[in-house]
Write a new protein. Sequence first.
Length: 242
Amino acid sequence: MRVLLLLILVPALFTITIPPAASEEYCTISGVAYDYLTLEPLPKTIIEVNTTPPQVYVSASGEYTLSLPPGTYHLIARHYENNVLEYQAEENITVRDGGDYRLDIIMLPAIEDDLLFDEPDISDLDSIMREDKGVPFRDLIIPILALLILIPGLILLMKLRGRRENAEESKAGHDKPLPADLLEIVEILRKNDGRMTQKDLRRILPYSEAKISLMITDLEDRGIVKRIKKGRGNVIILENSR
């Protein structure tokens, strides 16, 4: 009987319990998409991250929150006006552990035009109209052509009107005296013969790279400086002085 009891207890004494592996910790990233010119939150911004499956966040107010596991991701933020891409920004994100982090996004003007929704395909319109025996297709050619000409014209007119209004508002704002931070850039350029690289300017000014870029863009819009691409950097040239 004692021998049988030992055979049962001895293996139990040497049993090793392996704890379960720690679960993967997710990282919470939140922030706000800002208009590059006004630095105000940009509503109706679409945030997309190339996770598996991809995450798409439509922000009504410009604020967003993402939950990401460890890894490297590419974030793209887009803002559309009248179905046309107006602002865009891209960021690379590397997540190593869990926690809460903040990543604000500066939305810059889009370089290439893009559409939120594809234009309607009218390639099959001819065959569809021919199947309708009630109205001959030849009687609809003129109205269809008129619509095809009128609709793009109206879209172009609305876009030009919006840009004209934005330009007038921007001009009204630029007629005001220069803020102190913009005057600081102008004075630095004057002391350097009216020309210096953006990289050298960034070393002097106590501002972030994004803010300096926005300040130079503001001065460009006012016609005070001109930014010229040279190699991988930019050269800032003072056009005139105030």
